[in-house]
Design a binder for this molecule. Structure first.
Ligand code: CIZ
Ligand code: SF4
Length: 354
């Protein structure tokens, strides 16, 4: 069983044996049984930075998903080895934009005569290949905390933005934060010829949104917002910007996981909150703040855990730590040199954003 005291003891022993050689990162969406062994917790960006700030740690055990481990590898030194305890922990959103599809999209933009006006902006939640494409074409990475600043910067470099791979974060940022209209946005569908768009539509658009979404956040609905308001009078609805535009438009507050945590820390006793983000985090926050008299519920009971985040469980973590303690480097995530160089360029543009 996941809370098996034997496994807990084994994880502790292996970690102790490794000492400073190992640094365990835990994403906010990880299971409690894994989070208890994390040296730091955070969102994908904070974790990648924290890994880089620990050069003495030879092994970075990344409890999160594949694209996050890639970003950690890109931002850490070559001597640091990033380990993902289960290689099947991918991200369905990141998988929605492949290198081939994005290269094809660039050809479509070139055919339409607009490629030189387009600046790619890619969400952190993308593969190293997509980050490299972004760097190569003069674009930047963004997170859900700095998407507005990234778009402002991009519109200083060019007239149009190709936003990858989360259409919801792109649309929400353009409309909520940048004063654009829904008509300024078009959706490029990689499964249709020319993205399902005419050259005229591409030329008229300001935001070209890649047709990707998060399979967790994308499932919160406007109904769930209306239902919770009826069920809990006075509730504050707080959602992540990966949610659909109609959900974000109906919410009281919108922000990244770090924003959500800070908002709940600052919330007064007696306040009520419905949160639209991953269930592991919402449950942990509900338990943490209940003693302070803050009532925190999950926005929609039909939405589940992120199944790939949940692949990292205590047995996988024990296996990874014990293997490392025995000198076996398992499940290393290593981005090739050329990809890394261009991806780093895009990440550095983000770090330089005002
Ligand atoms: O949806 C996710 O996976 C998020 C918000 C990741 C992250 O930490 O940026
Ligand atoms: Fe990917 Fe969504 Fe899971 Fe995050 S919560 S890892 S974006 S599928």
């Amino acid at each position: 069983s996941p809370s098996d005291p034997d496994l807990v003891a084994r994880a502790r022993a292996a970690k102790e044996k490794l000492g400073d050689k190992v640094f365990v990162l835990g994403h906010h969406y990880q299971r409690d049984e894994v989070i208890q062994f994390a040296d730091v917790t955070g969102d994908s960006f904070k974790l990648a930075r924290d890994a880089a700030a620990r050069p003495q740690a030879e092994y970075i055990v990344f409890c999160g998903v594949h694209f996050m481990a890639e970003s950690a590898d890109i931002l850490t030194s070559d001597d640091q080895k990033v380990v993902l305890p289960d290689l099947a922990a991918g991200c369905s959103m990141a998988d929605m934009a492949t290198a081939e599809q994005v290269a094809e999209c660039w050809d479509v933009l070139t055919e339409a005569g607009i490629a030189e006006q387009v600046v790619p902006v890619s969400y952190m939640n993308s593969s190293a290949d997509i980050k490299a494409f972004t760097g190569k074409h003069g674009g930047t990475i963004c997170t859900s905390s700095n998407a507005k600043r990234a778009l402002e910067w991009a519109f200083e470099q060019g007239e149009k933005v190709l936003f990858l791979p989360d259409q919801h974060l792109g649309r929400n940022t353009a409309v909520r934060d940048m004063g654009m209209s829904l008509e300024d946005c078009v959706v490029y569908n990689p499964h249709r010829p020319n993205g399902g768009l005419t050259a005229e539509e591409l030329r008229a658009a300001k935001m070209i949104l890649w047709r990707g979404h998060c399979s967790v956040h994308g499932r919160f609905s406007l109904d769930s917002v209306n239902d919770v308001r009826e069920r809990i009078p006075g509730v504050n609805v707080l959602v992540h910007p990966e949610c659909k535009h109609e959900v974000v438009a109906a919410a009281d507050y919108v922000g990244s996981t770090e924003y959500i945590i800070k908002a709940l820390e600052a919330a007064p006793a007696g306040s009520k909150w419905a949160i639209g983000t991953e269930l592991n985090l919402v449950r942990r926050l509900a338990n943490r703040f209940a003693p302070e008299g803050k009532e925190i519920v999950f926005l929609d009971k039909t939405v589940c855990f992120c199944s790939t985040m949940n692949r990292i469980d205590l047995p996988h973590l024990v296996w990874a730590l014990e293997s490392l303690a025995e000198g076996n480097l398992v499940n290393r995530i290593q981005v090739d040199k050329e990809t890394e160089a261009f991806a780093k360029l895009a990440l550095e543009r983000m770090l330089a954003l005002p």
